[in-house]
Structure formats: C-alpha cells, structure tokens
Design a protein around this ligand. Structure first.
Ligand SMILES: CC(C)(COP(=O)(O)OP(=O)(O)OC[C@H]1O[C@@H](n2cnc3c(N)ncnc32)[C@H](O)[C@@H]1OP(=O)(O)O)[C@@H](O)C(=O)NCCC(=O)NCCS
Length: 169
C-alpha cells in the first residue's frame, strides 16, 4: 500500500487528464487481456470527450493523487453502479483502486443501498473478487464495432467496508 495516495472529489476540469489516463491504462494494462483490435476500439481517440465528461455528473466521483500526480479515478451512480475504475499503469498494485472502491462503498452504504454492481473487464475480475464481488454473468458487449467480453458482478453491502485510507476533499 502506498501511503502517499490521497483521494479528492472529481471536478469537470479533471476530465481531459483522466481521459488520457483511461486510454493509456487500457492500451497498457488491459492490453494483456484483449486483442489489439478490441483495445483500439475501447480506447478510441474518437470518443466524445464532452459526453465522457458528462457521465461524471450526479455521481460519486473521485480522483486519486500521489505526490501531485493523478494516478486513478472512479465513479459510481446513486443507484450503486460502479461505472469506471482506472489506475495508471505506473501505479498498479499500490492500493489505488482499493482506496477508490472503499470510498465509493462508503457512499453507497450511507445512501442505504443494499447492493452495488459493475461490469468488470477480464483484467479487473480478480480485483473485484478480492473485495467480495461475485460474478453474476459473463457477457459480450459491443464497443465501436468490436465485441468485448466482460463480467457483471455484484457485492452485497451487508458486509463491512474495508479499513479507510487517508482522504482529502
Ligand atoms: C483492476 C484495477 C483497477 C486494480 O487497481 P490497483 O490499484 O492495481 O488495485 P489495488 O492495488 O488496489 O489492489 C488491491 C487488491 O486487489 C487484488 N488485486 C488487484 N489486482 C489484482 C490482480 N491483477 N490479480 C489478483 N488480485 C488482484 C489484490 O488482493 C490486491 O491486494 P495486494 O496487492 O495487496 O495483493 C487496475 O488493474 C486497472 O486499472 N485495470 C485496468 C482498467 C480496468 O480494467 N478497470 C476496470 C473497469 S472495466
């Protein structure tokens, strides 16, 4: 666990940098689990940045920072759907996603939700399983002309959220 990791709330001005981080993470980290064609479609530079940014609104959305560098981000809808969770290729396995998930689960619990869900990439399934998510079904999702396999997963909120990391707003 990297003790320098801090979380802060997402601001719309973060979006261009997060969009770059998203594309780089897909091109490097997810590339181990999907074909070059699938990766090109997923991280396409033709994605509409305005629409991608708008998806953050009305959500719990956080940015992870380590020594002034942006190292990850995540967002969850008020209904408990974890939409995006991406960590920089240079900061994998340092507890960044754990910190982001922890904070989103705390919001979901405060909102009295009983269940959260996500559609996890092949790459992310072991991470979510480590945090008690269960696979509900495998599914094939169309993405800009390519078909990508992912996994619908859910987690009950009846179980305790993990110990919190330091966070600044
Ligand atoms: C999945 C992802 C978000 C995990 O982020 P991370 O910051 O590296 O994960 P953490 O360091 O917080 O991992 C916490 C724990 O989860 C488990 N875990 C994480 N990645 C794992 C892996 N690849 N295999 C097995 N267990 C894993 C481990 O128990 C880990 O604890 P440990 O490192 O002490 O063993 C990251 O790999 C990523 O950005 N992947 C590409 C984007 C993606 O697929 N996002 C999902 C949206 S579709």
């Amino acid at each position: 666990m990297n003790p320098s990791i801090r979380l802060r709330r997402f601001h719309p001005g973060d979006a261009p940098e997060l969009f770059l981080l998203f594309r780089e993470t897909v091109q490097t980290v997810n590339a181990a689990d999907y074909s070059p064609q699938q990766i090109a479609a997923w991280a396409s530079n033709s994605i509409d940045l305005a629409a991608w940014t708008a998806r953050f609104s009305q959500r719990w959305a956080y940015v992870a920072v380590c020594n002034d560098r942006t190292v990850g981000f995540a967002d969850m809808t008020p209904a408990g759907y974890l939409d995006r969770l991406f960590v920089s290729a240079h900061y994998q396995r340092q507890g960044v996603a754990r910190a982001l998930l922890q904070t989103l689960l705390e919001h979901a619990q405060s909102a009295q939700l009983s269940l959260v869900s996500t559609d996890a990439s092949r790459t992310a399934v072991p991470f979510f399983q480590a945090f008690e998510f269960q696979i509900v079904r495998a599914q094939n999702v169309e993405c800009r002309g390519e078909v990508l396999k992912n996994f619908h997963m859910t987690r009950s909120l009846g179980q305790p959220v993990l110990s919190p990391l330091a966070r600044s707003e």
